[in-house]
Design a binder for this molecule. Structure first.
Ligand code: PGA
Length: 251
């Protein structure tokens, strides 16, 4: 049985004071739901505050990116050693980083490999653009992202990887992907490469999330699919809707 994991991607939202307020609104109810791993992926400036607020809690804390080096001349980046003091999860290769900040499958691979070495759970994002989808290239595009992103990853650490299938056209648009379609894409473009790379048994222990316009109303339709083990949530993670999503994952 794969334990459901629902992660909120706060993106570039919330000052420290606002983050404290949001954690206080969400954490009471989330605390009670122990059958789901819930995670807040917060801006770096909120890490210290949020991790101290959640110190006694089973709610996880994550970041939205990490660098592959422990330290060095990398202006504007953050090292896994710095993150590790506060967080156990890192989103890697989100489409907004690929689109706006030049992230490639090769840098995704480096960041992912470093996260695993430091005991940080990487949430690796894959997904196709609208154009790729309309041309019928979805499976091919994601398979490629999987193969390069997971190249030379140590098998003994691979069980900690979480994959997030996020069709880019569904992110922040309200145009969520049909749950059955998402499940089929995950089977063909994510589970198949995972099996090829890590073998059947290990591949089946790896959790796969769906992300893209998930909300309290549609979450259960995703979680009732065989291959979907949770969600990566943007907009709805900044409000009490997030509690409904986690509740749906617990059903
Ligand atoms: P959304 O974002 O839930 O606002 O569509 C998802 C994401 O970017 O991870």
């Amino acid at each position: 049985m794969r334990k459901p994991i629902v992660a909120g991607n706060w993106k570039m939202h919330k000052t420290v004071a606002e983050a404290e307020e949001l954690v206080n609104v969400l954490s009471g109810d989330l605390e009670k739901i122990t059958s789901v791993e819930s995670v807040f992926c917060v801006p770096f400036t909120c890490l210290s505050k949020v991790s101290s607020l959640l110190k006694e809690s089973h709610i996880g804390v994550g970041v939205q990116n990490i660098h592959w080096a422990d330290y060095g001349a990398f202006t504007g980046e953050i090292s896994p050693l710095m993150v590790k003091e506060f967080a156990n999860y890192a989103i890697i290769g989100h489409s907004e980083r690929r689109t706006f900040f030049g992230e490639t499958d090769i840098t995704v691979n480096k960041r992912l490999s470093t996260a695993l070495k430091h005991g940080i759970v990487p949430i690796m994002c894959v997904g196709e653009t609208l154009e790729e989808n309309q041309k019928g290239n979805t499976v091919e595009v994601i398979t490629h992202q999987m193969e390069i992103g997971l190249r030379e990853i140590e098998k003994s650490l691979a069980g900690n990887i979480v994959i997030a299938y996020e069709p880019i056209w569904a992110i922040g648009t309200g145009l969520a992907c049909d749950p059955t379609t998402a499940n089929n894409i995950i089977l063909q473009a994510i589970r198949k490469p995972l099996e090829k790379i890590f073998g059947l048994e290990l591949s089946q222990s790896i959790r796969v999330q769906y992300g893209g316009s998930v909300n309290g109303g549609n979450a259960y339709d995703y979680f009732s699919q065989s291959e979907i083990d949770g969600a990566l949530v943007g907009g709805a993670s900044l409000k009490s809707d997030f509690i409904d999503i986690v509740k749906a994952a617990a059903k």
